[in-house]
Design a protein around this ligand. Sequence first.
Ligand code: FMN
Length: 341
Amino acid sequence: MSIKIGDVILKHGLMLAPMAGFTDYSFRKICKEQGAEYTVSEMVSAKALCYEQRSKKAVLSDSKTAPLAAVSPEENPMAIQLFGSEPEFVAEAAAMIESREYRSCISKASPVAIDINMGCPMHKIVGNGEGSALMKNPALAAKIVEATVKALKHTPVTVKIRAGWDSNSKNAAEMAKVLEAAGASLICVHARTREQMYNPGIDIDIISAVKKAVNIPVIGNGDICTASDAVNMMKITGCDGIMIGRGALGNPWIFREISAYLDGEKYEQPSIEERLDTCLYHVDLMVENKGEYTSSAEIKKHAALYIKGVRNAASVRDRIMKAHSTAQIKALINELKGTRE
Ligand SMILES: Cc1cc2nc3c(=O)[nH]c(=O)nc-3n(C[C@H](O)[C@H](O)[C@H](O)COP(=O)(O)O)c2cc1C
C-alpha cells in the first residue's frame, strides 16, 4: 500500500507528526535518515507570519516566525503546518510559503504540502478559535481549506484533526467529509478528543470511521510506540499511513523498525553506543542550524530522551538540565558512553 501526496509517493506512509518544540530541522533530518518517509514542521502561526511581513522591522535577525517555515531541499517530502482561524491569513501564509517570496525567507525549497492544524488543544490556541476549536466549527474549517487551496498554485492542502471536541461531539468522520469537499488532499486523525488532550488511550474506531467516510488518504495517529502498534492500527482501521509523535522522541529508529517489519526484513534495536552517538550528532546538527545559545537550551529535552533507560542516566540527566553549553552536554553524553566501555 502506498500513498500519493501531490507528485510524491510514499511506500508505507510512515510520517513524523508535527510537534511544537521538537520537530525542527535537526530532528526531522534525523528521523528521515532513520526511515521516516515524510515529516511535518512545528506548527506555524499564519497570522504571525503575515504580520511579520507587514512589519517594517522584518529583517532576518529578528524574524521569529519565518524560520519555522523554512524547508531545506534535502528534507522533502515534508509539510509545513499552519494554524489560524482566519481563512485569509492562512491562505496568504500558505501562498508565501509556496512561493518562498517573503522577507526573512531562508528556505531553499517549498514543502510538498501545506498542513492545517485543527487539533491543537492548548488554551491560548483554542481561545482564539484555532487548532481543535475548529472541530466545533466545520463551516469555518471548510472556508479555511477552500481559501488555502485557492491561494496555492500546485501545493496540496492536508489537514490534521482530532476525534472531536469532546466525548459528546466525536465528529471526525463528518468533519473529514466536509474538509474533503473543501479540497483537502489528505486527513490525519489524532484519535482523541480535545477534552482528552494526550491521555487516556486512543479511540481507534474513529480512524476506521474517517477512513470509511472519505476517498482521500487517511493517516492514523496516536500512541504508536512499536512496529506492532503501527501494524495494528493499519490492519484495524485500514488507514493509508501512520503518523508518530512521542514514540519517535529519543527513538527515531522506530521508523526503520516499522519499515523493516512491513518489508519482512530483520531489524536490530540500536545499541546504546548508537543511541548516544545519535544524541551527539543531534547536538551538532542543532548548533549548525540554530546556533549555540538556542541549542544549549533546546537540546536538553532531546538528550534526556535519548539516554532514557541507560545505566547512570538519571544523574547524568540532572547534570544535563543544569548545563550551560552544548559542549558541557556533549561532555556528559561522552561520560555516559565512557562508563559503558
Ligand atoms: C510536545 C508536543 C507538541 C505537539 N505539537 C503539535 C503541533 O505543533 N501540531 C500538531 O498538529 N500536533 C502537535 N502535537 C500532537 C502530535 O502531533 C500528535 O498528534 C499527538 O502527540 C499524538 O500522537 P503520539 O501519540 O504519536 O504522540 C504535539 C504533541 C506533543 C506531545
